[in-house]
Design a protein around this ligand. Structure first.
Ligand code: PMP
Length: 286
């Protein structure tokens, strides 16, 4: 396996960043995870848009042009012989003697790209059973709309979920509303079949998969209510599901101790998952 690190393709086992990389010292960097299907990047343009936005919010320069970055992503996928899987891109503010203040303007951002294969069947098998989620208090900072590598609350939440026998943790804000999962967006389906997900204006990361599901729902004639929903409403919902580039659409069958619907994957979530790849591959060509 190979990784791209600051201009070189290194053997994955030997790839290393400097001890004074600001990503390492301050979590001063951003990332993207893009799904790969048939060797192609899914929703590349949307991921690049979000990367540029995240970098802009942190006042880190784009490390190279979008076209050059796209070429690095594809080359990393190619060198790792990935057909189905994911590519990871991280950009930090660069290497500089430790100091909270930004380094001098000539400091170059540091770039890491890795790619790995993920068997398509593993996600499909999980989706057939559906997954359990637990709820945890949302104790993150306000700027979770920026895709930073500062993910400690998410790490702790996901680990807690695993130890509780669940797949994901849903963050719940002070008003009792679900914000999102530790690495996924959260959705429910109302009794009359409308999809509900929190507005992306505040409190969540605007997921690329979430954006694609909006398109997909429109095509399928499904209504979307973009509004806050409470944990109680979620537990009483007809269906629930989560979305992310690597998870796609994943049915949720239990929230804490409450079975959702009849405790098996809902028909709407299941059909959204089935339609997703076809649509996403089209969307890759936007
Ligand atoms: N929310 C959080 C906190 C995430 O980490 C992710 C995955 N990157 C998502 C939502 C889903 O985003 P996407 O659909 O772009 O993968």
């Amino acid at each position: 396996r190979f990784a791209y690190v600051n201009g070189r393709y290194a053997r994955h086992a030997d790839a290393a960043i400097h001890i004074e990389d600001r990503g390492y010292q301050f979590a001063d960097g951003v990332y993207e995870v893009c799904e790969v299907r048939g060797g192609r990047l899914i929703d590349e343009r949307l991921h690049m848009d979000r990367l540029e936005r995240s970098l802009g919010e942190l006042r880190i320069a784009m490390p190279m042009s979008r076209a050059a970055l796209g070429a690095v992503l594809r080359e990393t996928v190619r060198r790792n012989l990935v057909r189905d899987g994911m590519v990871y891109l991280q950009v930090s503010r660069g290497v500089s003697p430790r100091n909270h203040l930004f380094p001098s303007a000539d400091t170059l951002p540091a770039v890491v790209v890795t790619a790995k294969s993920v068997a398509r069947a593993s996600g499909d098998k999980r989706a057939e059973a559906g997954v359990a989620v637990i709820s945890v208090p949302d104790n993150r900072w306000e700027r979770v709309d920026i895709k930073t590598v500062s993910l400690l609350p998410n790490v702790l939440a996901k680990q807690k979920a695993k130890e509780a026998g669940a797949y994901e943790a849903w963050f719940v804000d002070k008003d009792g509303n679900v914000t999102e999962g530790s690495s996924t967006n959260a959705w429910i389906v109302t009794a009359d079949g409308a999809l509900v997900t929190r507005p992306a204006t505040v409190g969540i990361l605007k997921g690329i998969t979430r954006t694609v599901v909006f398109e997909l729902a429109a095509r399928s004639g499904l209504r979307i209510e973009e509004r806050a929903f409470s944990l109680d409403e979620a537990k009483a919902a007809r269906e629930a599901f989560i979305t992310a580039a690597t998870t796609v659409v994943m049915p949720v069958v239990r929230i804490d101790d409450q079975a959702i619907g009849n405790g098996t994957p809902g028909s709407i979530a299941t059909s959204l998952r089935e339609h997703f790849h076809e649509f996403a591959e089209e969307a890759a060509a936007w």
